[in-house]
Design a protein around this ligand. Structure first.
Ligand code: MG
Length: 258
């Protein structure tokens, strides 16, 4: 009986917390990113890439509700995470916003996202043409932290690409608590081959209802694709693990001429 009562209290607290959550906005007056028309880009995985989805095999992923339709994995019933976890990476991913008769616009149109862990989101959204939303929440934004430099979005139904470089943060964590951000995370994004985010320093996690802030998390995180209730399609996903920083090997002698 006591356990049931406790469960009831926990549920009530959660419901109340959800009820008071408010849409947090940065207050920064981002200018509208200029639209550019992207060219075609080569997308085949290089030899040292880990292929996360090749159009047939979803075994690298945890959510079996995401089914394969015509060689694409479709967002459905919850987020989908990789089984493997990663630190700093180069990630290639292709996505298509659903074609609808009636595009509702704003955040309710083809919303998904590429996350590093559950923490850092590069937004996926229909931002083609006149579908407007807050600019640091449009397609290619670091959600609520930075608008893309330009809008390289293609039409709903067309395949689009992200090539993302993610440099993980270095967090000093003691007893599960964040003591110090030793180095922030950085993200670079090419959208359909166009540079839209250039080595952007993350201020922390990308939250809908909170200002950015770092939370303690492990060094290695899964890649997570967001299910926002829209059947966004994904294909040709591959990843390369990269060096955390640009440290050089040990200098064994003074520089010299041959
Ligand atoms: Mg999203």
């Amino acid at each position: 009986m006591k356990k049931i009562l406790m469960l009831f209290v926990v549920i009530a607290v959660c419901v109340c917390a959800a009820a008071v959550a408010k849409d947090w906005r940065s207050g920064i007056a981002w200018e509208e990113p200029k639209a550019v028309k992207a060219g075609d880009v080569p997308n085949a995985p290089p030899s040292d890439a880990i292929v996360l989805f090749d159009g047939k095999d979803t075994s690298e992923w945890t959510n079996d509700k995401w089914k394969i339709v015509d060689g694409a994995m479709v967002a459905n019933k919850g987020d989908n995470r990789t089984k493997k976890k990663f630190g700093s990476v180069q990630l290639h991913i292709e996505f298509a916003i659903p074609e609808l008769k009636d595009h509702k616009g704003g955040q309710g149109d083809g919303n998904s996202g590429v996350y590093f862990g559950s923490n850092y989101e590069v937004q996926i959204l229909n931002s083609y043409g006149n579908n407007k939303t807050y600019f640091d929440g449009q397609c290619g934004s670091i959600y609520k932290q930075r608008a893309p430099m330009v809008n390289a979005s293609k039409k709903p139904g067309e395949w689009q690409t992200y090539d993302i470089v993610f440099n993980r943060p270095k967090l000093q964590i003691e007893s599960g608590k964040l003591v110090k951000v030793e180095r922030p995370a950085y993200i670079t994004v090419f959208h359909n081959g166009v540079l839209i985010i250039n080595h952007h320093e993350l201020e922390g996690s990308t939250s809908w209802d909170n200002a950015p802030h770092y939370d303690p998390h492990p060094e290695l995180l899964p890649i997570q694709l967001q299910d926002h209730g829209h059947p966004v399609k994904f294909r040709n996903i591959w990843i390369r693990e990269i060096q955390d920083d640009n440290t050089k090997p040990k200098q064994e002698r003074e520089p010299y001429f041959l």
